[in-house]
Design a protein around this ligand. Structure first.
Ligand SMILES: [Zn+2]
Length: 245
């Protein structure tokens, strides 16, 4: 789902998104610091620049530990704002229970999906949703993305499964998405739509999205020429002290 026009139509028809509660006026104490907001904005624009998203597709969120009266919250991109016109102040802060804590705009329509992924995996600190071409080629075929490149196996940590198409704006979809991703792999494909990548930081979640797209293209081309060698994360011996590329 895009963050813009079509998604917005769904949101505005429904009014406040289902399950969303508003905390009212904020205290003036920002739960999301400036650097986090600017980092999200940077990666939104990077996602378009690097071809992971077209137009205003996709969305990004980051976990804010303890920001909601001691419980976690997230900061997420708004719905219906062009990336080139977006500012850090447009980000929306939402408690993991769905309470909107800060922000004048509606959060991404895929907020319930992000929340379910954060609830399932306490290790997940950031989520990047993209709609890149080769991920979507394999997703449209319902074909699992096996790791054939080092970056893919290091960052995504395993084969990325494909969910059959359905609208991705509700918590049920989010729970199934998180379940299919599981606890050991850091991405899942939504068939006929795009990718959801997670990480222990936004920088890493973005690297996962890049790695899966690059891998999807090589897998597709290599499969057309022969049978590519598939890498298995558990079999990769990362040399001691070696850093992720
Ligand atoms: Zn989307």
């Amino acid at each position: 789902m895009t963050t813009t026009s079509d998604a917005t139509t769904i949101t505005s028809e429904a009014g406040t998104p289902a399950g969303l509660r508003t905390a009212g006026s904020t205290t003036g104490l920002s739960r999301a610091d400036r650097a986090t907001r600017e980092e999200i904005l940077y990666y939104c624009r990077e996602s378009v620049r690097t071809g992971l998203n077209f137009n205003t597709q996709g969305n990004i969120s980051v976990r804010l530990p303890g920001a909601h009266d001691g419980a976690d919250a997230i900061v997420i991109t708004p719905s219906d704002v062009r990336y080139d016109a977006m500012s850090g102040d447009d980000m929306v802060v939402v408690g993991l229970d769905g309470t909107v804590l800060e922000g004048d705009l509606l959060p991404s329509t895929e907020l319930p999906v992000h929340l379910e992924h954060y609830r399932r995996r306490p290790d997940v600190q950031a989520i990047v949703h993209t709609e890149s071409t080769f991920v979507n080629v394999l997703g449209a075929l319902g074909r699992r993305i096996d790791p054939v490149l080092l970056n893919m196996v290091l960052y995504a940590k395993g084969p990325v499964e494909v969910m059959p198409f359905e609208f991705s704006t509700n918590a049920d979809f989010g729970r199934r998405s998180a379940e299919l991703m599981g606890d050991d792999v850091d991405a899942v494909v939504w068939g006929n739509h795009g990718l959801l990548a997670v990480g222990t930081s936004l920088k890493l979640a973005f690297k996962v999205a890049v790695a899966v797209e690059e891998n999807a293209e090589v897998l597709l081309r290599a499969s057309a020429a022969g049978t590519p060698k598939v890498l298995v994360y558990a079999d990769i011996d990362v040399p001691e002290g070696a850093r992720l590329p």
